[in-house]
Ligand binder design. Structure first.
Ligand code: HEM
Ligand code: HEM
Length: 204
């Protein structure tokens, strides 16, 4: 029997499940709007409505993440020291691309005080504290352009906002693919997915 540690309390699991489903919806509807001519996966009108509503729910859900990470100690796992970071990232990358396949021990084993390895810490931190806030802010500006954009360079403002929105949406989409792949590297292929449902992480 694998050793188990409790890493994901209910609020994280709730936030994460909703966040994952909404991101998938936002990606599908976002791409459908972007490639709407001559036709896309989902019709343009439906895409706009679903995208706007999902965007607003995702933003409210993000507040759960922010408040949760502030009032519990979960936020601590997202803070990393810049000093030596490149070395730690390379060490972890080396393990994922070599050591793992030779049966070597993980350089940064997961435990109650180290929930994320350096690569997880860096990517989760960048996505949750940079890409998601930027996609939300740019999304709201596009949702209410008449309120904000006339004060900020008119059409160039619209173009720049959209560019930021699409770029961050792209980063989130690429992150999602890599994230799900890395989640299969656990005690068994599905054990990390189970841990995001029951909260218990099986030690690799
Ligand atoms: C995973 C997150 C998201 C992705 C991947 C994404 C992707 C996209 C894409 C690809 C477009 C089409 C842009 C174009 O072709 O020029 C778009 C438009 C838009 N997005 Fe997002 N988006 C995300 C989150 C959000 C959020 C959180 C909001 C709102 C709070 C939002 C609001 C909008 C708005 C208002 C538009 C303009 C079209 C419309 O009125 O629906 N998006 N998004
Ligand atoms: C199909 C979609 C997704 C699946 C199946 C999935 C799966 C998982 C799993 C299994 C874990 C636990 C990792 C582990 O035990 O090593 C996790 C954690 C995490 N995921 Fe996802 N994920 C998805 C989408 C997303 C998206 C869209 C984001 C961000 C935009 C995200 C951000 C995170 C973060 C920040 C954590 C760590 C949470 C914490 O403990 O504080 N995930 N995910």
């Amino acid at each position: 029997m694998a050793q188990k540690i409790f890493l994901y309390p209910a609020w994280i699991r709730f936030w994460h499940l909703l966040n994952a489903l909404l991101c998938l919806l936002l990606i599908v509807t976002g791409l459908s709007m972007h490639y709407s001519n001559p036709g896309a996966l989902v019709g343009f009108r439906v895409s706009v409505q679903v995208h706007n509503l999902s965007g607003i729910i995702l933003s409210l859900n993000y507040l759960i993440f922010l408040v949760g990470n502030t009032i519990t100690n979960n936020g601590v796992f997202y803070r990393f020291a810049l000093k030596g970071m490149i070395d730690r990232l390379f060490k972890q990358f080396g393990y994922y691309t070599g050591g793992l396949f030779k049966g070597e021990k993980a350089p940064f084993p997961i435990n109650e005080s180290r929930k994320f390895n350096p690569l997880q810490q860096f990517t989760y931190g960048s996505i949750m504290y940079m890409a998601v806030p930027l996609v939300i802010i740019s999304g709201f500006i596009m949702l209410y352009p008449e309120l904000i954009l006339p004060h900020f360079k008119g059409l160039i403002g619209v173009f720049l906002t959209d560019l930021i929105h699409i770029t961050m949406g792209f980063f989130i989409s690429v992150f999602l693919i890599i994230h799900v792949y890395f989640c299969t590297i656990g005690h068994t292929t599905i054990s990390n997915f189970k841990s995001m449902i029951n909260g218990w992480h099986e030690v690799h």
